[in-house]
Write a protein that binds this ligand. Structure first.
Ligand code: SF4
Ligand code: SF4
Length: 386
């Protein structure tokens, strides 16, 4: 199956320039016919960081997407997302994406209303509960962000669709599939069943280092678009020097026959990839296999570390942790008089806590042997400040 992937250079988020670049990317990649149809855009909101943090699809890209769909005759334009941790519409507002949708008159849809999605070709999961809106829209567009991801290595068009799973159902999948390879199968089962019609990756400013929430904004200067989300993702990886075969869901995707089955099937259009290439992209922290004895796991597999001074005791990490490994406890040394207690024996290293922390209080790194003395509550358990 061949796939066109467009690469359009865009160096900043100046709205008119983004709109022109977005339209060009769509035209080059063969944007589907949306006349008289409903189009649902699924941006990446994650935890609702400000746009300049590069954790979320930029509002200028969403505005360009809405305008472009309208200009092509879409009857309804919808926008929806379910971040990992959500309090009201706080994340939607902080990201600037709700305001962008409102300014363009698009409908914001509730992703918490779920419906069953069968995944008959699923390798790991045969049915999901997903946002009803994603099933009811005529066309689904993954409006992703180019970022590192500490668990998967990279997140873009395919991984972005995990946000179609409502709210706190997501951590349950981390518990069922703690290993990155198994998690990748589930992600692709979901993406294959959702069958998005188009993908655009906002790589104008991406996120390198410890993404998807706590990495470093990095100008890449590109919009990537394709009808084939796997082809878009593999191309975006090549732009920033990530080996797509090292990303479990991008490797598995080639075997599915749902999208491209080799990079040779990609036809690039637009700016030459070689001219866009970023040569010193900082990778995500390496994650070793977790099938290790517990005493080696702490040394070999990066774990979450909690900074007591930065923690605002919001409880987001506690709520999202699929392994019940976290708790908020009274702690006079905590900035808010409380801090996070961690049971590292129970932790499955999914890094959901790291994704949702609004205060950058969680880092992911390996334990240094001498750091074992920080444990304060018995084997494998400690309080924030580690
Ligand atoms: S403590 Fe963090 S990394 Fe460990 S299981 Fe809980 S959410 Fe995942
Ligand atoms: S570590 Fe982060 S997410 Fe967890 S309670 Fe503190 S501020 Fe909230």
């Amino acid at each position: 199956m061949s796939a066109i992937v467009s690469l359009v250079r865009q160096d900043d988020y100046e709205p008119q320039a983004v709109a022109a670049a977005y339209a060009e990317a769509c035209e080059l990649a063969g944007f589907p016919d949306v006349r008289g149809k409903s189009v649902l855009f699924k941006p990446n909101i994650l935890l609702g960081a400000a746009p300049e943090q590069a954790a979320t699809t930029h509002p200028a890209v969403l505005r360009a997407a809405i305008r472009h769909a309208r200009s092509k005759g879409a009857a309804r334009v919808l926008v929806g997302e379910s971040p990992g941790f959500q309090v009201g519409d706080q994340a939607f507002r902080a990201s600037g994406l709700l305001a962008a949708a409102e300014a363009e008159g698009a409908e914001w849809v509730d992703f918490m209303e779920a419906a069953k999605l069968d995944a008959p070709r699923g390798k790991a999961v045969k049915s999901f509960q997903v946002a009803r809106a994603a099933l009811e829209a005529d066309l689904l567009v993954s409006l992703a962000k180019l970022k590192n991801h500490t668990l998967m290595g990279y997140t873009g068009a395919l991984k972005n669709l995990f946000g179609c799973v409502p709210g706190l159902q997501k951590p349950g999948f981390h518990l069922r599939f703690p290993d990155a390879a198994a998690f990748a199968l589930m992600l692709n089962d979901l993406a294959q069943a959702l069958a998005p019609d188009f993908a655009v990756i906002d790589g104008i400013v991406g996120m390198e280092g410890p993404g998807p929430g706590s990495g470093y904004p990095r100008k890449v200067g590109v919009l990537v678009a394709s009808r084939d989300p796997l082809a878009a993702d593999r191309t975006a990886c090549r732009v920033v020097g990530i080996d797509p075969d090292a990303i479990p869901n991008l490797k598995d995707g080639l075997e599915r026959r749902a999208w491209i089955s080799s990079d040779a099937e990609i036809e690039l259009r637009g700016a030459p990839l070689a001219e866009l290439r970023v040569h010193d992209w900082k990778p995500a922290p390496r994650r070793a296999k977790s099938s290790l004895p517990p005493f080696l796991k702490d040394l070999a597999v990066p774990r979450p570390w909690f900074d007591r001074a930065s923690c605002v005791a919001c409880g987001a990490c506690v709520e999202i942790c699929p392994a019940d490994a976290l708790g908020l406890v009274d702690d006079a040394k905590g900035a808010e008089g409380r801090s996070v207690r961690v049971d590292h024996g129970a932790c499955i290293r999914c890094y959901c806590c790291h994704e949702v922390c609004p205060a950058d209080a969680i880092t992911v790194r390996r334990l240094k042997p001498r750091g074992a003395s920080r444990s304060v509550k018995g084997a494998g358990r400690e309080t924030a400040g580690s």
